[in-house]
Design a protein around this ligand. Structure first.
Ligand code: NAD
Length: 553
């Protein structure tokens, strides 16, 4: 179990501050303790900004925006790679800080927090330009096809990135990297429980040489964060957190019609087919359920296994779960980050047991310091239980035996959430069926959870799991507006400009009939009327029309 060190006396604890325009700003608000979830007590604190100070970060982001947006991709990419180098240079320290403040073992912090951050920075530094390159548009309309038109992907402005405590480094860095690569400036608001990790990102940005105001990090109370979401200078809110807070964010954003990208909760199913490689399925699902002590939006939160292989699968899962070493810097699983989250886990397990579930592993809160909870496996579960319907967000794996694959798919889709889903089978046809029919933003076969670490894989959910995508080309395009630009250089008025009148009336009706009329005779007749119009010859560039004559058909 966790090593327990008494909390440092308040006066001896270092105080950390927010970063605005590359300067540390002591907050005028209250102080917040950073608490070791393994039971070590408070070890540092952060000064919190008041609303006026926090808005200073938005002002800095607004001021920095024009120069950052105008900077060539290659130059922005060079700075993103410098940020990557700083992270790599300090990776062990960052992993230790994540371990101390959030709880996951340092090795896991390298794997699931630092790895995705480095990959995202590299991918965006190297590929943002090609993903956001102008798209040439070939017009469809014969009368407009001569225009020189393109879609330009224009950065938005200051982006507010609000992050949760479960992956305080990886989620913050991937969100920040995409916003910056696209040419936006960023105000990052880290979660209260992991404030120090967020503030560390401010220091890394300064050390990497990002220009002042391009990335600020503000430690604030939620009431102050709420005022930031209502600020009209914010061009987009990228929010990752619970569905309940996501609703509040969207409501606040509605005031200024600020666009939102919402990455919310999940209740992600795994479907284990009768032909699955049970050893691989058990090991993969145990990792997917217990990585980060089950506090992952894409954790495997429920399993449907075909009854023909259910007992064997459960036995292997229980065996795997029993092997996990809980606590300590070298362990497989750390404590939960928050006591109130562990309370929810206890409630879900108690509710399941009261309704007839069987605890096959874990299920008892250990005595002693820290917010530990053991890897827990439940069987005999059904959809009347909270553990099968609500996000548990802890190390609990309920397994339901079902008569057929059809039942498994139906139950997997019976959820208000739809973030990720996994299928476990050796049969490519069954795999294809699962990919088509499981309703989620991400479906993986014979693996789970990992795709957040792949920067080209779009990430996001359906239904109550969110709106929009991060990662990949789809994620980068969330950080820009598609601007249609069109030009033509010729003299004289266009066909449809004033004045109207009888001739224009006849001409337009003939134009519509010649382009869309039913049958060649009708269309030719309309074309003759069109060509007989003086206004047509005066206002249309015939060369342009002839070049695109194929659009007539
Ligand atoms: P949360 O909703 O409590 O908080 C998220 C962030 O919002 C925090 O920074 C918090 O301080 C801030 N916040 C709270 N109220 C606010 C307000 N009124 N205005 C502005 N900001 C406000 O979520 P959490 O407990 O930190 O994180 C856990 C949740 O996040 C889980 O539901 C998990 O599934 C979800 N999550 C989703 C993804 C994903 O990619 N879909 C990833 C990680 C976590």
């Amino acid at each position: 179990m966790a090593s327990f060190a008494p909390a440092a006396p308040a006066a001896d604890r270092p105080v950390h501050h927010s970063w605005i325009a590359n300067r540390q700003v002591p907050g005028r608000g209250p102080q917040r303790d950073a608490v070791d979830p393994a039971g070590g007590g408070a070890f540092a604190s952060a000064s919190l900004l008041d609303a006026e100070q926090a808005k200073g970060a938005i002002a800095a982001a607004q001021q920095a925006f024009p120069a950052w947006a105008a900077m060539p991709f290659a130059e922005r990419g060079r700075l993103l790679l410098r940020l990557r180098d700083r992270i790599l240079g300090e990776a062990e320290e960052i992993a230790q800080l994540i371990h101390r403040e959030q709880g996951k073992p340092p090795a896991e912090a390298h794997a699931v927090e630092i790895f995705p951050a480095l990959e995202a920075l590299k991918h965006l530094a190297l590929h943002a330009e090609e993903i956001l390159r102008d798209d040439a548009v070939e017009g469809q309309s014969l009368l407009l096809a001569h225009k020189d038109s393109r879609i330009v992907y224009a950065p938005l402005g200051p982006v507010l990135v609000i992050t949760p405590w479960n992956y305080p480094f990886g989620i913050a860095m991937t969100g920040v990297a995409a916003a910056l690569a696209a040419g936006n400036t960023v105000v990052l608001k880290p979660a209260p429980a992991t404030t120090l990790i967020g503030l560390r990102i401010g220091a890394l940005a300064r050390d990497a040489g990002l220009p002042d105001g391009v990335l600020s990090v503000v430690a604030v109370e939620d009431t102050v964060a709420a005022t930031l979401t209502e600020d009209p200078r914010i061009a987009k809110i990228v929010f990752t957190g619970s569905t309940a807070t996501g609703r509040k964010i969207m409501t606040a954003a509605a005031r200024n019609l600020t666009p939102v990208l919402l990455e919310l909760g999940g209740k992600d199913p795994a479907v284990v087919c009768r032909d699955a490689d049970l050893d691989r399925a058990a090991r993969g699902i145990v990792w997917g359920a217990f990585v980060n002590a089950g506090q992952t939006c894409a954790s495997v939160e429920r399993v449907y296994v075909e009854e023909a292989v259910a007992e064997e699968f459960v036995a292997r899962v229980v065996e795997e779960a029993a092997r996990l070493r809980v606590g300590g810097a070298d362990g497989d699983m750390g404590p939960m980050t928050l006591e109130r989250q562990r309370d929810i886990v206890e409630e879900h397990v108690a509710d399941a047991v009261a309704r007839g579930a069987t605890v096959r592993a874990g299920g008892v809160t250990p005595k002693g310091p820290g917010w530990f909870y053991p890897p827990t496996v439940l069987t005999g579960v059904d959809h009347t239980m909270r553990v099968m319907r609500e996000e548990t967000f802890g190390p609990v794996l309920p397994i339901m035996s079902v008569p057929s694959l059809e039942d498994a798919i139906r139950l997997a889709n019976d959820s208000e959430y739809g973030l990720t889903a996994s299928g476990w089978t050796r049969d490519p046809d069954v795999a294809r069926r699962l990919c088509e029919r499981l309703s989620a933003g991400v479906v993986t076969i014979n693996d789970c959870v990992y795709s957040y670490g792949e920067p080209t894989a779009p990430w996001g959910g359906v239904r109550q799991s969110g709106i929009g995508r991060t990662h990949g080309a789809a994620g980068l395009r969330e950080m820009v507006s598609a601007k249609y630009v069109a030009a033509e250089f010729r003299r004289g008025p266009n066909l449809w400009w004033y004045p109207y009148g009888g001739e224009f009336h006849r001409l337009m009706s003939a134009a519509n009939a010649s382009l869309h009329g039913d049958g060649i005779v009708l269309r030719l007749r309309a074309l003759i009327t069109l060509l007989g119009s003086r206004r047509f010859w005066r206002r249309v560039r015939v060369g342009g029309i002839l070049r695109h004559i194929d659009k007539l058909f």
